[in-house]
Design a binder for this molecule. Structure first.
Ligand SMILES: [Zn+2]
Ligand SMILES: [Zn+2]
Length: 149
């Protein structure tokens, strides 16, 4: 089901513009993509939208919480429109693919710090690192002795 992107924009008092709708749709269809990918996805339907316009839209959407920016260490920033459910991510060390992992306990902050040092903790940002199924499969294939049929 496609969410009502116009209603989402209005709910955070953002003007409804074509680039904003296009970015929300791109992120809905393709979660966890980087800025360059968002630009090319938007340009499929709106070839005249500039890089700068997409950067500006991403910043506005991130600032208002409609879009979440994820930046695991050593990986370019990715964006997604699945927000507000405190889910986590698993990242492939090999190809950088990111997948969603549901929150361990279903509500934030998900993990209770053993010692919160007096901070009021409201969120735990958890990144699981590993090898995605595609990369694991590649690896298995490479391990096969050469020349087998
Ligand atoms: Zn991978
Ligand atoms: Zn996600």
């Amino acid at each position: 089901m496609t969410p009502d992107f116009e209603a989402q924009l209005r709910s955070v008092s953002l003007r409804v513009t074509r680039p904003r709708l296009a970015v929300l749709k791109a992120l809905h269809d393709h979660p966890h993509v980087d800025t360059e990918t968002v630009i090319s996805l938007v340009r499929v339907e709106h070839p005249t939208v500039s890089h700068q316009a997409v950067y500006d839209v991403l910043r506005a959407l991130t600032d208002t919480g409609l879009v979440r920016r994820i930046q695991p260490a050593g990986v370019t920033a990715r964006y997604e429109s699945r927000v507000g459910d405190n889910h986590h991510h698993v990242v492939c060390r090999s190809c950088g693919t990111i997948a969603d992992v549901d929150c361990a306990v279903g509500h934030s902050p998900c993990l209770t710090a053993s010692d919160d040092r007096g901070y009021a903790v409201d969120e735990a940002e958890v990144v699981f690192w590993g090898t995605c199924p595609d990369c694991s499969a590649d690896h298995t294939a490479e391990d096969q002795p050469a020349g087998r049929t």
